[in-house]
Design a protein around this ligand. Structure first.
Ligand SMILES: [Zn+2]
Length: 292
């Protein structure tokens, strides 16, 4: 019979992952208890077309078993929410209290979690509450918490890899570091989990937890000080290769920005930032709240 983790592996997209975790978190029920196995694949009806194990439920669409039908129907209502969520898979020395108790303010409470043992946890966090959630976690446990947290977004329908595949990729890589401090690996796109070295070689994959929190704080300030079209102009200007041209456009751009934005960019020496650091900041801006 399928274990809870097997049900997670079956998820085709982020909405199904959230729906499956929601069902798990609401107590034992659909996934527990003895269940008969469905007819063989070569039979007239065959088993459920999602899990390929349990019999199709007559009251469902005619394709799914009871559990899969419930997951699929809940997932239909979660598409929009799923696109704003980040998945965190962690291998740590203990389960942190904010995860175990799901404490904190309503805005940074985790939506759903999976705690397979005393050292692993999976949580789904709304993209914009990532900074607050991480800040609370580090405030709560400081340097006691050690291990690795892997951050990646959910996948959508029609994506070449299923959410379950991406989750397995994250798990495959979770024990590659010594447990001497808390590290964070950040993947802004799910496919990047297939080739982590691409980001690692550029120095934009693995961070110390406090360093990563600092980067999220910077991204929040950046988003607050610059309007979206100003962010685009800054990105264009800082990416120019010709020094003379860059100096000219940068000077002109500074004249158009607010005093606060100019001060921020000057204090950060943003004009001299290497390409990868700029790229990372813009990737993080998509996951922080707008705080005017
Ligand atoms: Zn099924």
């Amino acid at each position: 019979m399928l274990s809870n983790f097997d049900w997670l592996r079956l998820c085709r997209n982020g909405s199904e992952l959230i729906a499956t975790l929601n069902i798990m978190n609401s107590g034992p029920g659909l996934f527990q208890g003895p269940q008969e196995i469905g007819p063989p694949l070569c039979g007239v009806d065959g088993p459920c077309t999602r899990c390929w194990i349990y019999p199709r439920a007559p009251e469902s669409s005619g394709q799914h078993c009871v559990a899969c039908e419930e997951i699929v129907s809940r997932a239909r209502r979660l598409g929009r929410l799923s696109r704003q969520c980040m998945v965190v898979w962690s291998f740590v020395n203990f389960i942190p209290d904010p995860v175990r108790l799901n404490s904190g303010t309503e805005s940074n409470q985790i939506r759903c979690s999976f705690l397979p043992d005393d050292n692993h946890f999976l949580v789904i966090i709304r993209g914009y509450s990532l900074r607050d959630w991480l800040r609370e976690l580090l405030l709560y446990h400081g340097s006691e918490l050690k291990g690795l947290m892997i951050l990646f977004p959910t996948t959508g329908t029609g994506f070449s890899y299923s959410m379950g595949d991406i989750l397995c990729r994250a798990i495959h890589n979770d024990s590659r570091f010594p447990m001497d401090r808390l590290r964070i690996r950040f993947f802004p796109r799910p496919l990047e989990l297939n080739a982590p070295h691409m980001r690692e070689d550029r120095g934009i994959l693995t961070f110390d937890s406090t360093e990563f929190l600092g980067l999220l704080e910077m991204a929040t300030i950046f988003r607050a000080q610059l309007l979206p079209h100003e962010q685009d102009m800054v990105k264009k200007a800082v990416g120019l290769k010709d020094h003379q041209e860059k100096g000219f456009y940068w000077g002109r751009l500074m004249g158009m920005l607010s005093l606060e934005a100019r001060d921020m960019l000057a204090a950060w020496k943003f004009k001299q930032w290497p390409e990868n650091r700029v790229r990372l900041l813009y990737e993080l801006v998509a996951h922080v709240p707008f705080t005017p």
